[in-house]
Each structure stands twice: as C-alpha cells, then as structure tokens.
Design a binder for this molecule. Structure first.
Ligand code: PMP
Length: 461
C-alpha cells in the first residue's frame, strides 16, 4: 500500500518518519519517543490527522495559509502551469509569463516606489538576496565600506547563513558559526517582557534610539541597512509601542541607512493591509516576502525593491540567483492566491470582521488567570503566560516549560497554537469566520484551564 494513501496505521507512519525524516527545529530523538502527529488533510481552517481528529489551525500552518486550506482554484492554477511549462529558468535572457505577471502584480500592490521584484524560493533565500543586494548597492555607489547591517535580538529572518546571522535568535547563533561578520544586533521593542516600569511610549523611543547609538558607534558611512519585521513574529508576536517605528524611520533617514522590512509574516493581509509596513507606517527600501505570497501552497519568496536600488543593481550584473527564482508553477500559484485575496475582499474581511472578532476573543482569553496580557496586530497575536499577571513575572522553571505544556493541551483539545517560550501564538487563516473564532475561544479556554490545573498539580504556580 502506498504511504501516500493515508491508509497506513499511524504507528507505522511514525516509525518510518522516525527512521528517515530529520525534522527542522526539533530534537528528533525526543520526537521519536513522543510519537509524531501525522497531518493528513486541510479544509478551510481545519486540519485532519491520521487518527481522525479535526483540529482548528490557529497558526495557518507556519503563519502562511492565509486563504485557508483546500482551495480548488490553487490546484487548477498549479496543474495548468505544470502542463504548460513546469520549469524554466530566468537567468539567461529568458523569462516566462508567470514570473512577468507576478512581478507586475506585486509592483501594483506594493507601496509607492517599490516596483521591482527579485524572486527566491523562501524567506531565508530572499533575505540572503537582500544582504548581498544592499552591500552591492553601496559598493556600486562607491561606498564599499558601507556594508554593515543592523538587526535586532530575537528577530527571525531565516535559517541560512546570511538570514540566520541577521536573525537575532541566540540559540541559533550557538550552532554552525553564526553570525557571519558585519551583522550587529540591538535590543527588541518588547515592552511586555523587557519594559519594566517604563511607559510603553518611552520604552519604544529608548529601544529605537539604540539604533542611533549603534550607527554612531559603527559610523554611518559603514552601515548599509537596518532590517526588521514590522511586528516580530517568531520572536513572540512583539507589537512595538507606537513611538518605535517613527523614531526608527527618522534615524535611518538621518544616517542614510536603508530599511529592509521583513514582511514574510506581516505581508499579504496579516495585519489588515497588504503589508505590515503600511500598518506600522514604515517606508522601506526593500520588503522581504514569502509565506502568504502563495498562502503556503507552493514555496516562493522574494524581495520587492525600490526604484532607487533597482536602478543601481540593474545597471550591473548582480551575480546572484536561485534555480527556482520565479519558478513558473510557484509563481502561477502565488498569482492565483493574490487574485483570490482581491476577488474575495479578504483584506476587508480581516479589517471589518475577523480582526475585531479575534480581538474580542483575545480580550476574553486575556482575563484568564494564566494570561498576562494580549499582544495583537490584525490577525497575529500572542498571549504571554505568567504566574503573576500584575508584575508580568516569569515562571520559576525553565522558560518554555509552561508554553510547551499549553501547546500540548491545545493539541489535546484539537487546537493548534504554537508556543514561543511562554507565549502562546495565534495567527489563523485570514478567512476565519466569527463562528470559527468562537470554536477557537472555547478550545483555547479549555486548553488554558487544563494547563493551569497541570501547573498547579506540579506545584509550578
Ligand atoms: N522572515 C520572517 C519574518 C519569517 O517569519 C520567516 C519564517 N518563519 C523567514 C524570514 C524565513 O522564511 P523561510 O522559512 O521561508 O525561509
């Protein structure tokens, strides 16, 4: 019987998986002990597993399935393109209609002045492109020393050497020789965890001004770019105080430092606009895109580049590219996704229906004794767990213990929430309805209750 038939017993699939499949960001030996969950199908906001459970996916896979699972139109778009032209490259004076159409459509949707697209296969690849592109830009302008890039601690920009170095996850930097030289990290604008007694507005300014100090320290003539997610996603959905981005923008303009907005999560409706930069009031020179670009139906990413940089880069041979840059099937799938987002007015649905309903539910969950607050921007949110709401205290045990217990409790209640440390993360498909948000609320409350009881049981509260 074919493994793909979804008819093998779960235990057999788990054994094969453990024997041959190395999972990302996983201690595979522990997973083998625990037994991996086998996901078999997706429809709308629900997943099925090999045991027949119907799971509400409040994470859109990995923040990507913006239009929901099981879209026939996406299947047709992929099939049509596979029949017509499954692959051709864009390196040697050739192009194809999916790449042309997608680049043109992205230029239409992007903020003014961002009219050029360099395609990649993923967000990591796109950020590696960005690193080389900003350095090449300054070198071509006669300033090769203007090559340093400033990022933030606890940022996530990908797993490749360039993107992982620009990311600020210390546990990633412990493995494999990262960060590469020329990358610097300032503190993140995480008021909930690091703001102490200061007012969020003051804290936002203080953290933004670290960028000014870092640029002064390195010398503005040596700093190529600042890279940041409009709202940090994998770091724990850290919504910066309102004062943060305007100050960052001012500092970058003052020092002639480029801004790379990593829109891999925030893009394509997640924050209620096409791009998080629009929601947060950022004027980037480059935007990194992936995930919601194709709603995860096909792997594709890219960089949307401003006229000023494109003019310089287009004048030389930029010795960079990926076999799958602008892959025709992935591009056709992404284009169909953009059409669906527009034809179904999904951004209006987010702004008028889904985000307000989610906010209401989060406010209820935020009252739970285990939850210390609500971080939310459109359809991305986190609920920090705490043993003491008033002081926003951390748990005595290792960070992530309570979060992991809660994630498992969610799974046991047919709900996917991810945990980042002790924060529970919510990022559902944008098409989620108020009724489905009610289901989310019921299951999330039950999971929080179960976690609370388990923590009490173990004397961890
Ligand atoms: N940037 C951000 C903001 C991300 O969240 C991610 C993935 N979580 C990436 C880049 C990397 O994208 P990919 O996993 O497609 O390489």
């Amino acid at each position: 019987m074919s493994i793909l038939s979804n008819q093998l017993p779960t235990a057999e699939l788990q054994a094969l998986d453990a024997a041959h499949h190395m999972h990302p960001f996983t201690t595979n030996d522990e997973l083998k002990e625990r037994g991996v969950r086998v996901i078999t199908r997706g429809k709308g906001v629900y997943l099925s597993d090999s045991e027949g459970n119907q799971i509400l996916d409040a994470m859109s896979g990995l923040w990507c399935v913006n239009i929901g699972y099981g879209r026939e139109r996406m299947v047709q778009a992929a099939a049509r393109q596979m029949m017509e032209l499954p692959f051709y490259n864009t390196f040697f004076n050739t192009t194809h209609t999916p790449a042309i159409a997608l680049a043109a459509e992205l230029a239409k949707l992007a903020p003014e002045g961002l009219n050029h697209v360099f395609f990649a296969g993923s967000g990591s690849e796109a950020n590696d492109t960005n690193l080389r592109m900003v350095r090449t830009y300054w070198a071509e302008k006669g300033q090769p020393q203007k090559s340093h890039v400033i990022s933030r601690k606890n940022a996530y920009h990908g797993s490749s050497m360039g993107s992982g170095s620009m990311g600020g996850m210390s546990y990633m930097h412990e493995q494999g020789g990262m960060p590469i030289p020329g990358i610097h990290h300032i503190d993140q604008p995480d008021w909930w965890a690091e703001g102490g007694d200061s007012a969020p507005e003051d804290f936002g300014l203080e953290r933004a001004r670290q960028l000014d100090a870092k640029i002064e320290e390195l010398g503005a003539e040596n700093v190529a770019a600042f890279i940041a997610e409009p709202v940090q996603g994998a770091g724990g959905v850290i919504v910066p105080p309102a004062t943060y981005w305007p100050e960052i923008q001012r500092i970058c303009e003052k020092h002639n430092v480029l801004i790379i907005a990593d829109e891999v999560i925030c893009g394509f409706g997640r924050t209620g606009n096409w791009f998080g930069s629009q929601t947060l009031g950022i004027k980037p020179h480059i935007m990194t895109i992936a995930k919601g670009l194709s709603s995860g139906y096909a792997p594709i990413g890219g960089s949307i580049v401003c006229d000023e940089i494109a003019e310089v880069i287009n004048a030389v041979e930029f010795n960079h590219g990926y076999t799958y840059s602008g892959h025709p099937v992935c591009a056709a799938v992404a284009l169909e996704n953009l059409h669906i987002l527009q034809e179904e007015n999904i951004l209006d649905h987010v702004r008028d229906v889904a985000a307000p309903a989610l906010r209401e539910t989060l406010d209820v969950l935020g009252q739970h004794p285990l939850v210390g607050g609500v971080n939310v921007c459109g359809m991305m949110a986190s609920l920090p767990l705490t043993p003491h709401r008033e002081s926003r205290a951390k748990f005595a045990m290792d960070t992530g213990t309570a979060g992991f217990m809660c994630r498992e409790a969610c799974f046991a209640n047919d709900l996917v929430m991810r945990h980042v440390g002790d924060r529970m993360i919510i990022s559902p498909p944008l098409v989620i309805t108020p009724d489905e948000i009610d289901v989310f609320r019921t299951r999330a409350l039950k999971a929080l209750d179960d976690t609370y009881a388990a923590l009490k049981d173990k004397d961890m509260l």
